[in-house]
Design a protein around this ligand. Structure first.
Ligand SMILES: [Zn+2]
Length: 158
């Protein structure tokens, strides 16, 4: 809600990826940090693209095919029905190469996702789009390095 008017002023398009369970059944930790459905609707009316980040944010590299299909289909369907928007993009939870599988990729395509974002530019799974991991604790020096591609090979979780 803070970033939206600033990004809008500079005409920078952006996508917000939502793990739907975090909105539907927030834990105490999520309740103070995650947006509500009303806030997501407000942002989408401001022109922010909304994408899926699954239902429960699993590691798709460690779940079975049926669970992957359910996570991908149910998240997209929930977002579309709740926000009355087409949902065409998915950001892979965790986003590292080992957090994805070929059956998850096919399930995502069958579920209707046209854009699938992974992470590191040089190690992402085939058919995905690179994204850069930016956190609230990154200072200006780290952010500049991110923009320069310093982390294009970096998979931080492993
Ligand atoms: Zn995530």
């Amino acid at each position: 809600m803070v970033a939206a008017p600033i990004l809008s002023e500079y005409q920078i398009p952006w996508t917000l990826f939502v793990a739907t369970d975090f909105v539907d059944c927030p834990s105490d930790w999520h309740r103070t940090r995650m947006l509500t459905w009303d806030e997501l609707g407000e942002l989408s009316r401001m022109g922010v693209e909304i994408g899926s980040h699954s239902v429960s944010h699993p590691d798709f590299g460690r779940i079975d095919e049926k669970t992957a299909v359910d996570e991908l289909q149910q998240s997209r369907s929930r977002l579309q029905s709740r926000l009355s928007l087409p949902i065409d993009s998915l950001a892979i939870p965790f986003g590292q190469s080992r957090n994805w599988s070929s059956f998850a990729h096919h399930a995502a395509q069958r579920a209707g996702y046209e854009l699938i974002y992974a992470q590191a530019e040089n190690t992402r799974p085939p058919g995905t789009i690179p994204r850069t991991f930016v956190t609230s604790i990154d200072d200006d020096r780290i952010f500049a390095a991110l923009l320069d591609g310093a982390f294009d090979n970096w998979e931080e979780w492993y």
